[in-house]
Design a protein around this ligand. Structure first.
Ligand code: ZN
Length: 314
């Protein structure tokens, strides 16, 4: 038997943001400045809402507690996470405490977080990746409206992450026929959008990627990427090389097309300051990504992959 979890309702495509009806007296949670969130709220056409915009980037459990203590008495009818991962994670975690439904509206794309049961929060200063069914959105609204004004570099890194998640997810041993269908379709859409310059399709492709990999996992490419994240390299950028090399190692059916996408987007070569063997030791502890990899991974394999990445030996 297989289980797939996705939000109850998904509104997507052109005008999804303005055509969706929002419940009255909802609490909108965002990290955005009043100037920016004001523009977004106008576009949504939402009325009679409360606003909390004090969520800090990379939020901690304290942000959740602050939200609950400030607003629980005001009895919001629903929580709306409007923003990037930070706003959505705080809403994912706190909705149960309010006993209300949650609506997630991503203003960035790439991670597909609006589709998944993942939640990232800091506890005692340490980032934790949590996964619980209760973190799933009751409704997600995905609209490419937010891409206007997003810096080119961020769009590039984000779409690279979406491509990596879709293709690694397809190869995951935790996957099934339905996750593979979603992951494959996600990559087909992203590939077409990148090669034919249709960025307006990125959020939809990324949403499908989230539905797919969110119900299985990512694999070797993501495991390798953390050596670079530790040195401050943006997540999506590190995957440009890491996932390409992982696909080569795994003989993935996506290897050639993934490489084409990376060449089209144009990424610089990755540098690694850490000692390769030490980085490999850390990567080897990442069972969450390595166990579902289609081929068993030994430390020598990780070392070879890291050396190939450093030499841009694609
Ligand atoms: Zn990722």
């Amino acid at each position: 038997m297989h289980t797939i979890r996705i939000p109850k309702v998904i509104k997507f495509g052109e005008n999804a943001l303005s055509e969706t009806e929002y419940p009255k007296n909802a609490l909108v949670v965002t990290t955005a400045t009043p100037e920016l969130s004001g523009k977004w709220l106008d576009k949504m056409g939402i009325q009679d809402y409360m606003l909390y915009d004090k969520v800090t980037p990379e939020p901690s459990i304290n942000d959740v507690k602050a939200l609950i203590s400030d607003f629980k008495d005001k009895k919001p009818s629903a929580l709306i996470g409007l923003g990037g991962g930070s706003s959505m994670d705080v809403v994912k975690y706190s909705a149960q405490d309010f006993g209300v439904e949650k609506i997630l509206i991503p203003t960035t794309f790439g991670t597909g977080a609006e589709m998944t049961t993942y939640c990232v929060l800091k506890f005692e200063g340490k980032k934790k990746l949590l996964r619980e069914d209760r973190f799933l959105a009751d409704m997600a609204v995905v609209d490419s409206y937010f891409m206007k004004g997003t810096p080119e570099q961020i769009i590039k890194n984000s779409v690279c992450d979406a491509c990596a998640q879709a293709t690694e997810g397809y190869d995951s041993k935790l996957g099934n026929d339905l996750t593979r269908t979603l992951c494959k379709q996600a990559f087909d859409i992203l590939y077409d959008a990148i090669m034919k310059d249709k960025p307006e399709n990125y959020p939809y492709g990324s949403m499908l990627s989230g539905m797919g990999f969110g119900n299985c996992s990512t694999t070797l490419g993501h495991a390798l990427s953390y050596a670079f994240s530790n040195e401050g390299v943006p997540h999506g950028y590190s995957l440009s090389s890491c996932t390409t090399i992982a696909h080569k190692f795994n003989k993935s059916i996506f290897y050639e097309r993934f490489k084409e996408v990376i060449e089209k987007l144009v990424f610089d070569k990755l540098e690694l300051k850490a000692d390769v063997s030490e980085a490999a030791d850390t990567i080897m502890t990442d069972k969450g990504h390595l166990d579902p990899n289609p081929i068993p991974i030994k430390k020598e394999d990780v070392i070879k992959c890291l050396n190939d990445i450093k030499a841009a030996n694609f």
